[in-house]
Design a protein around this ligand. Structure first.
Ligand code: ADP
Length: 205
């Protein structure tokens, strides 16, 4: 087994790259999907969040109200720390379980982690990146990323820009990259970039 990190800003095309890598046989471990799963009612992270914030973070149907959580942590760094202390260890444990399942195979494991690079360029500390074969960054001019997210998710430009401003910059991510995927072209060009990446992963073995 070999492990790599994959990251990119909102609208960079990271999910598209992830699925092109899955088509080529990579095992994708999707951090956001793990968080969503663990935030289902009855799951570990859900229970810990309700313990801390009570019914303030619940929708009428008993599911987690993500927008309410966002409101609580957005302006208060101690609440954000508390959220991270709940989420990160649980996600790390689930990730280890998924990695263990393929550790004796020749799988190429891709850790798809949107927030791997923190603002300023540090790496998220709760991940075992010392053992990875490299960090892959999907790099896209902001103007294109904004247009693509507006078209695909119907988000407002201001909301996308606010998200970008709160996250690592393009150069923060590029500075830690071992491989940069340029997604400034069309989807055919992105596919060619992923082929170039897949060759690089093969050579890195
Ligand atoms: P991310 O996961 O980084 O937020 P996505 O992979 O979901 O980004 O891409 C955002 C949107 O842009 C999707 O609708 C995707 O199909 C589209 N997209 C990604 N790359 C390109 C490209 N090179 N040309 C045109 N559309 C693209």
């Amino acid at each position: 087994m070999r492990e790599f990190g994959l990251t990119g800003g909102i609208g960079s095309g990271k999910s598209t790259v992830s699925s092109l890598l899955a088509d080529r046989g990579a095992t994708i471990i999707d951090a956001d999907a793990i968080v969503r799963r663990l935030q289902q009612p009855g799951e570990l992270v859900f229970e810990a969040m309700v313990d801390r914030w009570g019914s303030n973070v619940l929708c009428d149907d008993g599911s987690l109200d993500r927008a309410a959580v966002g409101q609580i942590v957005f302006h208060d760094s101690s609440e954000l720390d508390a959220l991270n202390a709940i989420v990160h260890p649980a996600v790390a444990a689930e990730t280890s379980r998924l990695v263990d399942a393929v550790k004796d195979t020749n799988a190429v494991v891709i850790h798809d982690i949107p927030l791997l690079v923190l603002p300023g360029g540090e790496l998220m500390t709760s991940r075992d990146h010392q053992h990875w074969g490299g960090i892959i960054v999907v790099d896209t001019p902001e103007v294109l990323a904004i247009e693509r997210v507006m078209a695909s998710r119907g988000m407002e430009r201001e909301a996308i820009v606010a998200r970008m401003d709160a996250q690592a910059s393009r150069s923060d991510r590029r500075n830690v990259a071992d491989f940069v995927i340029d997604n400034s072209g069309d989807l055919d060009q992105l596919t060619a970039e992923v082929d170039r990446l897949w060759d690089w992963i093969g050579e890195a073995s």
